[in-house]
Ligand binder design. Structure first.
Ligand SMILES: [Zn+2]
Length: 223
């Protein structure tokens, strides 16, 4: 099941007072094209206060099922479609932490992937990686060979500094919680920041090495 958000709905209709999209725009789970679906064959289920319906992709003609729990009108309706494949890869929310040209390069990579252009994805990935590593090297010392740039960054930049800072911040946060000082009790914002830091540490220490190793194996198997 994949949730359809209100801003994907083009037009609402009502079946026995339950709101359901008459048409909505979504990525087709079968052909991965972004299309507008029209709902037909509505069926009201009064026990569950929902309406189910069918739609057919205008591109590939495959069937998609839809359910709407919309007894209180379109504003609060919850709408789901099945099957749940074909979801586009959504870009990470990193616009504020990298430069604007780098972010554009990154979103172009995501767009290339979502449109099924995997050769362009590889080219854009490489260009974005080059941008990331060039940005870490001192002004005037940029190296245009990606592998050499990465080696140079590994040798000249203290890559462990951010992780040391993360660990420090997390320890301080943990102390606050452990001492349970009413004035310093972590609020939702601080707890969320601590959780985010924890996840970043796991990504850095475990997910990243694992992903590099998987990519290495994949490249070796294709060689
Ligand atoms: Zn389709």
């Amino acid at each position: 099941m994949r949730k359809i958000t209100n801003n994907q709905v083009r037009k609402w209709t009502k079946v026995n007072n339950v709101a359901i999209p008459a048409s909505f725009s979504a990525w087709c789970p079968h052909c991965s094209e972004k299309v507008t679906f029209n709902t037909i064959n509505h069926l009201h289920d009064p026990q569950r206060a929902c309406v189910s319906a069918s739609c057919y992709c205008p591109g590939c003609s495959h069937h998609v099922s839809i359910w709407s729990l919309g007894a209180h009108g379109p504003e609060s309706a919850e709408v789901f479609i099945h099957p749940n494949t074909g979801e586009p890869h959504s870009p990470k929310d990193i616009a504020l932490v990298i430069s604007e040209p780098l972010y554009r390069s990154y979103t172009s990579t995501v767009d290339a992937y979502n449109s099924g252009n995997y050769a362009a994805t590889a080219v854009c990935c490489r260009r974005t990686l080059e941008g990331i590593f060039q940005g870490l090297l001192p002004e005037g010392q940029q190296i245009h060979n990606l592998a050499r740039a990465i080696t140079e960054v590994a040798e000249s930049v203290d890559l462990s500094e951010p992780i040391r800072n993360l660990a420090d911040v997390l320890r301080q946060g943990g102390n606050i919680g452990a001492h349970f000082n009413m004035e310093k009790e972590p609020d939702e914002k601080m707890a969320f920041q601590m959780l985010t830091l924890l996840e970043n540490i796991i990504d850095f220490l475990h997910v990243l090495p694992e992903e590099i190793s998987s990519l290495e194996q994949l490249l070796d198997s294709k060689a």
